[in-house]
Design a binder for this molecule. Structure first.
Ligand SMILES: Nc1ncnc2c1ncn2[C@@H]1O[C@H](COP(=O)(O)OP(=O)(O)OP(=O)(O)O)[C@@H](O)[C@H]1O
Length: 443
């Protein structure tokens, strides 16, 4: 298990990570999400002992990485696939890593096979494509048959077949009881791969929950309604009737209407009584991407001047940044209202459910959304550089109790201690057990 407590990292006056507390558990794939520059790579580097926290700590199996016995055989990581000596053959690159960690040479050939690079093993890596470089990086991460794996954007540059292969690999590693922590900006892929999410924005924890809970906490179900395109007045008439009845109506890019706050039969009745014909009336649930956009909208640092968020966000005056999301209040400025099941509080604990023991019910950024309780009321990393007025709503939510089954159907394996170096069971991808079949590479 990876555990961060009050993790803070400052570079001069830049706070890259602030008071981050979370756990990454074995037996499931945990996705690590956040906008560009939100601190994901910095966090991963601190987990791997490549950067020192300014305050707080992060441990793997109870040890800081640098004190972990035989760390390369306990923890594997892909941080930067380009961090390879380009003049070396792929096999020699892996061989040098293996020799540094006392890993036998035959394991190098095993992992080359697992990632599908066996045919180019004696080619210099500087001639590799982006996707081949990613595979080499994944091979290096698997070399020590580690119990804990970190992948920073592992599908970057991979073709669809390669993406599917990585997805299956991550899931099978987690199903074996390993801890798999993976960052990605590809929401559709994350929705298929991960069963738990840790989301950060501007270095702070925004959410720590199952994907299913994340989507339902950060999105509202909605109806799509379409009236005949030949008669725009019908659309206006319906919009007026729905709004009057308490619905929230948002025009979609294709001319349909997105309606929240009214059940489908009521929308149908209102259309009928307004004498409006419908060409479509369909129920929809927001995707992980929409839920993520809604959650992180206020924590985005870099945004195109022509970005209109596909019409989902209210226009802001020029130069005005949207505020950070506030627990219990949702993301201000979004049309979609909070999920009705949550009693109007998108991050609220289901009613009658007490906070788990040790769970702080603190202000917005003290112990946010399902994070483990912060060690102290005062953040160890000093004052919060992004502090906002505290929400008056209920405390932070933890809708997704750990241990629940994720969308991949993987149960959480009991936590296993880190494996002693040489008493390993045969590697699941060793020749004795057929590995997930990697897609063929272009020659
Ligand atoms: N060595 C450094 N010196 C100064 N600032 C740094 C350093 N490393 C990271 N930062 C800053 O810390 C912030 C977080 O960066 P980080 O690379 O961790 O973000 P990220 O979430 O991984 O971004 P991306 O999704 O774009 O990869 C950024 O503002 C970045 O400029």
């Amino acid at each position: 298990m990876i555990e961060a407590v009050g993790l803070t990292k400052r570079y001069g006056d830049k706070t890259a990570v602030y008071n981050l507390s979370f756990q990454v558990r074995p037996g499931s794939v945990t996705g690590f999400l956040g906008p560009n520059g939100s601190g994901k790579s910095t966090t991963m580097r601190m987990i791997l002992g490549l950067d020192n926290p300014t305050s707080g700590q992060v441990t793997i199996g109870g040890y800081p990485y640098r004190r972990l016995p035989n760390a390369p055989r306990q923890v594997g990581a892909l941080l930067d696939a380009k961090a390879v000596h380009g003049g070396r053959h792929a096999r020699n690159h892996l061989l040098s890593l293996a020799q540094l960690s006392g890993i036998p040479a035959r394991r190098v050939d095993e992992v080359l096979g697992v990632v599908g690079l066996q045919d180019v093993a004696r080619r210099r890596s500087k001639g590799f494509s982006l996707g081949m470089g990613q595979r080499l990086g994944i091979a290096a991460a698997l070399l020590g048959d580690p119990q804990v794996l970190l992948f920073d954007e592992p599908v970057n540059g991979l073709d669809p077949e390669g993406i599917l292969w990585v997805r299956n690999l991550m899931k099978s590693l987690a199903a074996e009881g390993r801890t798999v922590f993976v960052s990605s900006h590809l929401m559709s892929e994350m929705a298929l791969t991960a069963d738990h999410l840790i989301v950060i924005g501007r270095g702070q924890l925004l959410a720590d929950m199952s994907i299913r809970d994340f989507i339902s906490a950060n999105s509202a179900d909605f109806a799509r309604v379409r009236t005949p395109e030949t008669d725009p007045q019908q659309r206006e008439k319906l919009t007026a009737a729905l709004t009057e009845a308490g619905g929230h109506v948002l025009p979609e890019l294709d001319g349909a209407l997105r309606v929240t706050g009214l059940p489908l039969p009521r929308i149908s009745d209102l259309a009928h009584s307004s004498d409006v014909r419908l060409w479509e009336l369909s129920p929809h649930q927001a995707s992980l991407e929409e839920a993520y956009m809604r959650m992180t909208q206020g924590a985005v640092d870099y945004r195109s001047t022509i970005d209109e968020k596909a019409g989902l966000q209210q226009p802001l005056p020029p130069g005005v940044q949207p505020p950070m999301p506030v627990p219990g209040q949702g993301q201000p400025g979004w049309y979609a209202p909070p999920s009705p099941q949550q009693g109007g509080q998108p991050f609220a604990m289901p009613q009658g459910q007490p906070l788990p023991q040790g769970q702080a019910a603190a202000g917005p950024y003290g112990a946010p959304y399902g994070a483990p309780a912060a060690p102290a009321a005062q953040a160890p990393g000093g004052p919060n550089p992004y502090a906002q007025p505290a929400a008056s709503g209920p405390g932070p939510a933890r809708p997704g109790a750990r241990g629940s089954r994720g969308p991949c159907g993987l149960g959480r394996a009991p936590q296993r201690p880190l494996r002693p170096p040489r008493s390993r069971a045969p590697h699941p991808h060793s020749p004795s057990r057929p590995p997930p079949r990697p897609p063929p590479l272009p020659t």
